[in-house]
Design a protein around this ligand. Structure first.
Ligand code: COA
Length: 163
């Protein structure tokens, strides 16, 4: 796969015992459990992850060690195909700080369709300093804060990566 103009990353190199790969139907129960651990208040229900798998097959990536899932990343294109949204990213608590989320993001960005996608967008809790630092280090820039973006009391920052 050649590099997308937005993101000249190569495939993830050494990530120890871990592998980043597209999710399969068999991963769904574990993925639902992991998502609930990562996002207790905003976990996707089973049916939503099931449909994301159907729709975004190669863009629902999991981090696995051969027996367990330890992280995932999900991206999805906008209807006009010009924008891609990061809809989920997380790594299990006990494995954080080892560069695994960075690898998931790099692989997500590397898989963007070459034609069409001009920008990548995401939202993040304004207090999520770890995620914000990661996104900034990948070139994302803040596009503003949105009060109540996910309903009352649930503000979000919007970030975008552009050419
Ligand atoms: C945010 C999250 C995905 C980071 O995962 P991770 O595997 O620990 O991240 P990495 O080890 O790949 O770190 C990548 C970069 O993130 C930033 N970062 C990670 N942890 C950090 C921390 N505790 N404090 C500050 N910056 C941090 C750093 O910039 C780091 O780069 P560096 O190691 O070169 O300094 C993880 O904390 C997580 O899953 N949180 C819960 C779910 C979540 O909030 N997801 C994001 C939703 S928008």
């Amino acid at each position: 796969m050649s590099a997308h103009p937005l993101v000249p990353f190569s495939p993830p190199s050494d990530i120890g015992p871990f592998r980043i790969r597209p999710a399969s139907e068999d991963d769904l129960p574990a993925l639902v459990r992991l998502d609930t651990e990562l996002f207790p208040d905003f976990a996707y229900p089973y049916f939503a992850l099931r449909q994301f798998l159907d729709m975004y097959t190669d863009h629902l990536l999991v981090l696995d060690d051969g027996s367990c899932l330890h992280g995932y990343a999900l991206s999805a294109p906008s209807a006009d195909g010009c924008r891609s949204w990061i809809l989920g990213l997380g790594v299990a608590k006990q494995l954080r700080g080892q560069g695994l989320a960075r690898r998931l993001m790099q692989e997500t960005l590397r898989r963007l369709p070459i034609d069409g996608v001009h920008e990548v967008w995401l939202t993040v809790e304004p207090t999520n300093t770890a995620a914000i630092a990661l996104y900034r280090s990948l070139g994302f820039a803040e596009q503003g804060a949105r009060e109540g973006y996910f309903g009352p009391g649930n503000d979000r920052l919007l970030l975008a990566l552009r050419h």
